[in-house]
Design a protein around this ligand. Structure first.
Ligand SMILES: [Zn+2]
Length: 197
């Protein structure tokens, strides 16, 4: 991985229109009433080409973890630079561990990696921290039934006590056409950035 291409920035110094969408460092009350601070520090991504060329881990490129569709806020979808929370490098590291354990290619869905707090399906979602992935396929197996989802969920949780997977189902907090896994509300402060406000 070539981290030199990344420029880490303090979200509080972004232009107002970006701050309004990304809400860096703002507190967010989750569906269970717990309050968490949204990511403040981001990597600045200059182009899709850069995202496709940047490996965060041997088998995961940045582009795979930041693909969104038109449900993302238009400014964040259509204009570069794009901003992704710095903790996304830790998600990639975990996915690499998962891939090694299952010994097969792992596919993350569109809207299934980082999506901003302004994304239409991003409200109060841990995906806004860049620490969650929705895996829809492992090797040739599509994760769309209880058997396949529970199989790979068990492997994911065996790798770290920090990992949470959503149970199979169609209710709130459940998933039936992918495996959702996340590392919690993790944020990363690059060493060159200051946390003074
Ligand atoms: Zn998810």
């Amino acid at each position: 991985m070539n981290t030199q291409v990344f420029r880490a920035i303090d979200g509080l110094k972004l232009p107002a229109e970006h701050r309004a969408l990304l809400r860096p460092g703002e507190s967010e009350r989750g569906s269970h009433g717990n309050v968490h601070h949204l990511p403040r520090f981001f990597y600045e991504i200059a182009s899709w080409q850069e995202a496709r060329e940047t490996r965060l881990a041997p088998h995961f490129k940045l582009a795979e973890l930041m693909t969104v569709d038109c449900r993302e806020a238009e400014l964040l979808l259509c204009e570069f630079p794009h901003y992704v929370p710095c903790a996304i490098v830790l998600l990639a590291r975990f996915l690499e561990d998962f891939r090694r354990e299952v010994d097969a290619p792992v596919f993350v869905s569109a809207n299934g990696g980082y999506r901003s707090p302004a994304h239409q399906i991003g409200a109060k979602s841990i995906h806004a921290w860049g620490t969650a992935a929705d895996i829809y396929r492992v090797d040739d197996t599509f994760l769309d039934d209880i058997k396949s989802i529970e199989k790979y969920a068990a492997i994911a949780v065996s790798l770290s006590p920090a990992v949470l997977v959503r149970p199979f189902g169609s209710g709130a907090g459940e998933a039936d056409d992918h495996l959702h896994l996340d590392l919690g509300f993790l944020t990363l402060t690059p060493r060159q950035c200051s946390e003074t406000s």
